[in-house]
Ligand binder design. Structure first.
Ligand SMILES: [Fe+2]
Ligand SMILES: [Fe+2]
Length: 464
């Protein structure tokens, strides 16, 4: 591939080039979404982004009343024809928001002209959210968008878009893992080898990103704590981290986990900072925190066949972990007995995580037995302690909170049955569940309970 720049004339070092992606999205001049998040995120991951704007908007469509929109269909064609004449090539093509159904044809043409055998094509089939179409879109856009799926290697619809593409009713209850696995397989049968459905309904307190890799026949689920605020642009953020990590040599599972974790961090920071919802997540703050995102460790060495053996350190590795000083501070609810239990569980889980990572837990039944016995303690004594507190203080959200506890209790019973049946990889299964459920529960439900109890104590002067 002929690539520009980065000459190291006079040096013995091999020139290195970042992977290059054609990003076909809108440019919203205000509010963080589309190219306004794609470019900074991917640049930070060491990817060269070449924007092919589909539309120019004064702001994005979610939360603004006065919007100026300029359709760039004609300019898109002129830009890529110029690129073609210049012999520009791409490692990836990544499409998102398209202004209208006619632009699907333009993107199809672009892919057929620029896709090489090793070009990765990712399509985010932007159609709607929360069961509704975005303004200006309807069934016709869905039908058109389906035409892009056979051209894509990866697609990343949200749950609403997956329902639209499959012609399924949008519903939030009665959707279990089997149904989502069926959706993933059916979408993959429409063309792409890898499918991610973001934001599928999950267990109480969690949102799931469900993924399927048709070539390996593997399903993955990454659960994230549910924070009660939806920000525009998080789909673009997720897809950009996912593609960026893949282009930097991460494997599929790592890229999925990294993307989920990054969005979670961004949403959490924005929520805690009181960020204005319609302006999107505080991306600048997140990108400026290297301890949140180990991007600073990225080195320019994994492009091309002769770089084998010199891959990056694992991006975001640190954030896979349950326990960081950040998390330990975050989960404090301000009630001494509860905080002590939570810290103990968090440290215990970090230990389990390390053992799973180095492969010990897979072969060591004692580790799994110890884990389950610790969980027995957690669901019996710790939950009882919290539930008694809810009764003592007349906590109005008790029913929902106890339902989350019950869900965890039922999972722990299931893990015991799996242990009796000698299930393989049980430690990993337990860990994956706890990573999602426990953090979500600590950060949201237990924090709410803590706030309520502290307010009661202040009001009535009853201390612990
Ligand atoms: Fe709880
Ligand atoms: Fe708790």
């Amino acid at each position: 591939m002929k690539l520009p720049g980065n000459s190291t004339a006079g040096s013995l070092e091999r020139p290195v080039f970042p992977p290059r992606v054609a990003a076909i999205h809108d440019l919203s001049c205000f509010g963080r979404c589309a190219l306004a998040v794609v470019i900074p995120i991917m640049s930070r991951l060491g990817i060269q982004v070449c924007p092919l704007p589909t539309a120019l908007l004064s702001s994005h469509l979610d939360g603004y009343r006065h919007i100026a929109i300029f359709d760039l269909s004609r300019q898109m064609t002129e830009i890529f024809q110029a690129w073609q004449q210049e012999g520009v090539e791409f490692d990836a093509i990544y499409s998102g928001f398209l202004a209208d159904a006619g632009q699907v044809e333009i993107v199809s043409r672009f892919i057929s002209l620029f896709k090489r055998s090793n070009t990765l094509v990712m399509v985010d089939p932007v159609l709607g959210d929360d069961g509704r179409y975005y303004s200006g879109f309807d069934q016709r856009m869905t039908e058109k968008m389906r035409q892009l799926l056979p051209l894509a290697d990866i697609i990343t619809p949200n749950y609403t878009e997956a329902c639209f593409l499959l012609g399924e009713d949008y519903r939030l209850t009665g959707v279990d893992d089997t149904i989502i696995a069926g959706y993933l397989r059916r979408l993959a049968a429409m063309g792409p080898g890898r499918v991610v459905i973001t934001g599928t309904p999950g267990p109480p307190g969690c949102l799931l990103n469900a993924a399927y890799d048709r070539l390996n026949g593997t399903y993955s689920q990454v659960s994230n704590p549910f924070i009660e605020c939806r920000y525009p642009g998080t789909g673009d953020t997720y897809a950009s981290v996912l593609l960026g990590c893949l282009l930097r040599g991460r494997d599929w599972e790592e890229a999925l986990a990294a993307a989920g974790q990054f969005v979670l961090d961004a949403v959490k920071i924005t929520w805690q900072s009181g960020g204005i919802r319609r302006e999107g997540v505080l991306l600048e703050t997140v990108l400026a925190r290297p301890e949140l995102w180990g991007v600073s460790q990225v080195v320019e060495n994994n492009r091309g066949g002769d770089s084998a053996g010199s891959h990056d350190p694992i991006i975001l590795r640190g954030r896979w972990g349950m326990v960081s000083s950040d998390l330990l501070a975050d989960i404090k609810v301000g009630i001494g007995t509860i905080d002590r239990d939570h810290q103990e569980m968090a440290v215990f889980l970090a230990r389990l995580e390390r053992m799973v990572e180095i492969g010990q837990a897979a072969v060591n039944r004692q580790v799994i037995e110890e884990t389950l016995s610790r969980l027995d303690w957690y669901v019996e004594q710790h939950f009882d302690r919290e539930e008694q507190m809810m009764k003592d203080y007349g906590y109005p959200e008790a029913a929902r909170h106890v339902a989350e506890h019950q869900f965890c209790r039922s999972k722990v019973r299931m893990f015991h049955r799996a242990l009796a049946a000698d299930s393989r990889d049980l430690a990993k299964t337990v860990l994956n569940f706890l990573r999602g459920w426990m953090i979500a529960h600590f950060l949201r439900s237990d924090k709410q309970l803590g706030e309520y109890v502290k307010a009661c104590e202040q009001r009535y002067g009853t201390g612990e």
